[in-house]
Design a protein around this ligand. Structure first.
Ligand SMILES: [Zn+2]
Length: 332
């Protein structure tokens, strides 16, 4: 009975996890290493970042966008959601929880298909942040624009914050993955919310399990938000040590003007997502309460190790691309 009462809470937690790409440790490390790199490559830009942030550290600034998010359950809101500053921000931008991701089909060649992009998705919000920092827009304060740039520069490199599986089901509920954008557009109800509707574990292991048992299983999205970071390092300090030299050695591939880079990062993340989904075996659809459904998925041999390495590559890309962006912005 207690579990049944708790169930709606669990669902809210699972489905709200999309904003927390890379967990706090991942975001804080990306921001710290990006500033460290910028200090060597463009000290004037690094000074500008520090001037805008004032007393706030670059690490704290990078997780403010997650901490300001409200929740239907107030005790689960971010720690800044109920501050005067947080309330004013959420009143001005009630849609900000949607800024952290975009759901592109795995077969998309590039970011830009208007059937799936949104004016307030992660790519277009990153462009708005750049516009604010270059003095072309007053969409939000420069301080908030920098916080969101630092944060979402990480988010868009979490592959499941850019791409999404779409599924169709046969009469027995067996799932087939859809990658083709046209087919996905005709199956919008089959979107898996960036892997939030895919639960890890074998279908046979799920037989005769109650919905409560199912809800305790880890969604693929959260596995990629948190577990892959923890599998790389246990602390922020260890993660920084692991990534630092790789950030310095990484060769950025950004082309054209800085406002077009976030779309290039999302396009790259679609390809990485294709690799993630290709590693998995899909089971049957498992109905839950409300509007949610799940599919059980199985890892293949070596998948965990492969995901750990892929995550490190994405964290390096995110860090270096963020440093390049901060160095390329025409600060006003
Ligand atoms: Zn986020």
């Amino acid at each position: 009975m207690i579990l049944r009462l708790l169930l709606p809470t669990v669902i809210v937690v699972l489905t709200c996890s999309r904003a927390f790409a890379w967990g706090q440790e991942g975001h804080r490390t990306i921001a710290a290493l990006a500033l460290e790199h910028l200090q060597k490559s463009n000290p004037a830009a690094a000074a500008k970042v520090k001037e805008i942030l004032g007393n706030e550290s670059v690490e704290d600034a990078s997780i403010w966008p997650d901490d300001v998010r409200p929740n239907r359950i107030p005790s689960r809101s971010g720690r800044f959601a109920n501050t005067d500053e947080g309330k004013a921000f959420n009143t001005a931008h009630p849609d900000n929880p949607a800024w952290h991701f975009v759901d592109l089909p795995l077969g998309s060649k590039a970011y830009g298909d208007k059937r799936f992009t949104k004016e307030n998705d992660v790519v277009q919000t990153l462009v708005k942040c750049i516009d604010v920092l270059e003095g072309r827009s007053e969409f939000m304060s420069k301080h908030d624009a920098l916080r969101f740039l630092l944060h979402m520069g990480g988010d868009v490199h979490q592959p499941l914050h850019a791409a999404c599986g779409f599924f169709k089901f046969d009469a027995e509920g067996r799932a087939t993955l859809i990658s083709d954008p046209d087919e996905a557009a005709a199956n919008m109800d089959g979107a898996d919310s960036g892997g939030n509707k895919l639960l890890l574990g074998s279908e046979s292991g799920a037989t005769n399990k109650s919905p409560e048992e199912a809800d305790k299983r880890l969604p693929l999205h959260r596995y990629w938000d948190e577990h892959v970071v923890a599998m790389n390092a246990e602390t922020e300090a260890e993660l920084a040590v692991k990534l630092r030299d790789r950030v310095a050695a990484f060769k950025p591939t950004n082309t054209g003007e800085v406002r077009t880079w976030p779309a290039q990062w999302a396009t790259d993340s679609i390809g990485v997502s294709r690799e993630i989904y290709a590693e998995l075996k899909y089971g049957k659809r498992f109905p839950r309460t409300g509007n949610y459904w799940t599919i059980y998925l199985n890892f293949q041999k070596g998948t965990k190790e492969k995901f750990t390495d892929m995550a490190a590559v994405q964290l390096v890309k995110a860090t270096r691309n963020l440093a390049e962006t901060l160095g390329a912005i025409q600060w006003k």
